[in-house]
Design a protein around this ligand. Structure first.
Ligand SMILES: C[S@@+](CC[C@H](N)C(=O)[O-])C[C@H]1O[C@@H](n2cnc3c(N)ncnc32)[C@H](O)[C@@H]1O
Length: 208
């Protein structure tokens, strides 16, 4: 938590004002499937929730950085936030049509990834949908740093990153009917890294 809070205190809107390509694509799918109520675990300062609320979706974010939530309050006041860890969900009794989660699942070790996903499924209505975005095994940083678990490296001290192959991603979501998976390039420009491109993997699936 301290790591992320410091990043937002130092960098503000680290990834800028604009939504990632994955959120633009997820919105298209949410609209195609008539999804209205969306939960966003690890929502950061709301750069990806804003595009959803602007499209009149009802959006609830879970985020443990108070600084990020404070930024979101002025940047995207229409997203309602709960402050806390996604590993402690649920924070409400609501059932959601869909979940959008970007660049969070890969931050956990295997046990926590599985328990996080179980908690997500419990927040979905019957046959609800998930759209998850994660680091892929095609990332430039894959294999760098100390290896902690299979395909998981300590990219920074105390910060594991799991890199997903397609098979691994589908295995994580085996309780769902997979509608679509793919790779998506996402350009960023921040911190010491400067301009760089992530090669992200996404999955769009429906709970069975
Ligand atoms: C890489 S950032 C992605 C932020 C946002 N999803 C986006 O794509 O702009 C990871 C976010 O997840 C939050 N986060 C990480 N672990 C968390 C946890 N256990 N519970 C709640 N939020 C968490 C961090 O504070 C940070 O905002």
């Amino acid at each position: 938590m301290e790591y992320w809070d410091k990043r937002f205190s130092d960098g503000g809107k680290i990834w800028g004002d604009k939504p990632s390509k994955t959120a633009i694509y997820a919105l298209k799918l949410f609209q195609e499937y008539y999804l209205h109520k969306i939960l966003v675990p690890g929502a950061g300062y709301g750069r990806n929730t804003k595009i959803f609320t602007e499209a009149n979706l009802e959006v609830v974010g879970i985020e443990f950085s108070e600084t990020a939530i404070n930024i979101a309050k002025s940047f995207n006041p229409k997203t309602q936030f709960f402050q806390g860890s996604v590993l402690d969900m649920p924070f409400d009794e609501e059932k959601y049509d869909g979940i959008y989660c970007s660049n969070v699942l890969h931050l956990f070790l295997k046990g926590d990834r599985i328990s996080f996903l179980k908690k997500c499924y419990k927040q979905l209505r019957t046959k609800g949908f998930v759209f998850f975005v994660v680091f892929s095994d095609k990332e430039r940083s894959f294999g760098k740093g100390k290896r902690i678990e299979e395909n998981t490296y300590e990219s920074k001290p105390w910060r594991p990153t799991h890199y997903f192959t397609e098979i691994d991603l589908k295995e994580h979501f085996k309780e769902c009917l997979v509608i679509e998976t793919g790779l998506m390039e996402d350009k960023e420009n921040h911190g010491e890294l400067g301009p760089h491109t992530h090669i992200l993997r996404y999955i769009f699936a429906q709970i069975k």
